[in-house]
Design a protein around this ligand. Structure first.
Ligand code: K1U
Ligand code: ZN
Length: 171
């Protein structure tokens, strides 16, 4: 297992639409292990493969609130098959946009179809923070960031801040 460097805004790889995984090989299981280790190290409650530079439709999530208890979940080629009309607002963050948080409103409950690490087809219904996190991660697979769900004024401000920081770091 390895802790891998995170892709940070304004890196344009974050805007890529990731490719389906297809069959679950040893390489994919290794990628999932590396993503989990990177997510726990950050620390974060979710991670999409593109955040470590791999444009494949694979996400990891752990929204367990119990101290010292890990409940890692891996979703391969996830698809939202149903979303509730009821919504919830949550102050979201993103490991690719460090130290920036903003409220995003999304469906409160979703049903997600995906494959697990054994390649088995599964479907779950998620609510609360798990539902929010899964939607945030699936957005990453389509090149969408949580700041795309906030006002243009706030988004332009955060985009400018990260573009300036990248220029400063490159100098
Ligand atoms: O995808 C990512 O960038 C990870 C992101 C997931 C997420 C957070 C909040 C709402 C939706 C999705 C994070 O994990 S940011 C860090 C974070 O929220 C956190 C870190 C440590 C403890 C608790 C939360
Ligand atoms: Zn994110």
């Amino acid at each position: 297992m390895a802790i891998l460097p995170l892709v940070i805004l304004p890196d344009q790889r974050l805007r890529l639409v990731s490719e389906p995984v297809g069959s679950v090989t040893a390489e994919i299981r290794r990628l999932a292990d590396d993503m989990l280790e990177t997510m726990y190290d950050a620390p974060g409650i979710g991670l999409a493969a593109i955040q470590i530079g791999v444009a494949k439709r694979l996400i990891t999530v752990d929204t367990s609130k119990e101290e010292n208890v890990r409940r890692p979940q891996v979703f391969i080629d996830p698809v939202i098959t149903w979303a509730s009309e009821e919504t919830r607002g949550y102050d979201e963050g993103c490991l690719s946009i460090p130290d920036y948080y903003a409220e995003v409103t999304r469906p409160d409950r979703v049903r997600v179809r995906f494959r697990d690490l054994d390649g088995a087809e599964r479907e779950i219904e998620a609510d609360g923070l798990l539902a929010t996190c899964i939607q945030h991660e699936i957005d990453h697979l389509d090149g969408v960031l949580f700041v795309d769900h906030i006002s243009k004024l706030k988004r332009d401000r955060v985009m400018k801040k990260f573009a300036k920081a990248a220029k400063r770091d490159a100098a």
